[in-house]
Design a protein around this ligand. Structure first.
Ligand SMILES: O=P(O)(O)O[C@@H]1C[C@H](O)[C@@H](CO)O1
Ligand code: HPA
Length: 277
């Protein structure tokens, strides 16, 4: 799933929205329970994933499976309500394919969001965490085998979550009065949640939040030279850190409960995004 396929998908999307549509200032992927931001887009053209060439169908509850082209805070954006996970049976390259499409549509900035379990003991459901860095414990890389001409073959990952964009996200949080933590996200394959022993291991490794996505997407964004920024919604304490059993229903509920804060934060961030970033 490389640049050629992404161009085909982007051409289809452009044809759906019309040639006069401006290039997006960013592309946004909305994680589990966070799809409500899509309803904030104005004059949105909604395209089901199943219509976009190369996209599989979204199979996870809480992922609407729609690509939207519209404006947020008067800025042109593309948003994906839903994503593809490797635990759905997809290769890492396919999980990250939407980022290639966002790039082909001209988005210079990639904004990821996800639901995640809080490994940092002070985290509780409803906290938002700006991702400072990630660990790839999926042991898959979407660039394996890629010989795409536009791809950096050996991308630098010393600053995967762009320093300037993180500062802008912190500033946006202050403007809208939303508490924003910052920490390290670890991507695991899933779909099982972690065991308590795994969570203790992650804690010792320096992980603050654990989830099942985002990492392949950000790797591809970096390989394409896009600037990336990401926010985790802590939907639960990670396994073993509370007496609660984990369920996807609880994850979606917690995502919806924090939706107001999350949407205000991302909307303000997009409002402040420079035109050519
Ligand atoms: O797509 P995200 O990363 O937001 O979804 C998380 C990880 C799993 O897909 C699911 C587990 O409940 O939520
Ligand atoms: O506890 C979790 N672990 C992994 N992924 C998750 N997504 C939401 N919560 C979790």
């Amino acid at each position: 799933m490389g640049a050629g396929a992404a161009r085909v998908a982007a051409d289809y999307i452009r044809q759906r929205v019309g040639p006069a549509a401006p290039a997006p200032v960013c592309g946004i992927v909305l994680g589990s329970g966070l799809g409500g931001l899509a309803d904030r887009l104005v004059d949105a053209v909604r395209i089901p994933f199943s219509h976009v060439p190369g996209f599989p169908t979204a199979t996870v509850a809480g992922h609407a499976g729609q690509l939207l082209v519209g404006t947020l805070a008067d800025r042109p954006v593309v948003a994906l309500a839903g994503r593809f996970h490797m635990y759905e049976g997809h290769e890492a390259a396919l999980a990250a394919f939407p980022v290639r499409v966002l790039h082909a549509l001209g988005a210079p900035v990639y904004i990821a969001s996800n639901a995640a379990g809080g490994v940092r003991r002070t985290f509780s459901a409803g906290d938002l965490m700006l991702i400072a860095d990630h660990m790839n414990l999926m042991f898959r890389n979407p660039l394996i085998g890629s010989t795409e001409p536009g791809d950096e073959r050996f991308p630098d990952m010393s600053d995967p979550y762009d320093r300037d964009l993180r500062a802008r996200m912190r500033a946006a949080a202050q403007v809208v009065g939303v508490p924003l933590h910052e920490g390290v996200y670890c991507g695991l394959l899933g779909p099982t949640y972690e065991t308590p022993s795994e969570v203790r291991m992650l804690e010792r490794m320096g992980v603050d939040a654990v989830g099942m996505s985002t990492v392949p997407e950000v790797i591809v964004a970096r390989a394409l030279g896009m600037r990336a920024v990401a926010v985790s919604c802590i939907t639960n304490k990670a396994a073993g850190l509370s007496a609660e059993k984990l369920s996807h229903a609880e994850v979606m509920e917690a995502g919806k409960a924090v939706a107001g804060h999350f949407e205000a934060l991302i909307t303000e961030f997009v409002r402040q995004l420079p035109a050519a970033s």
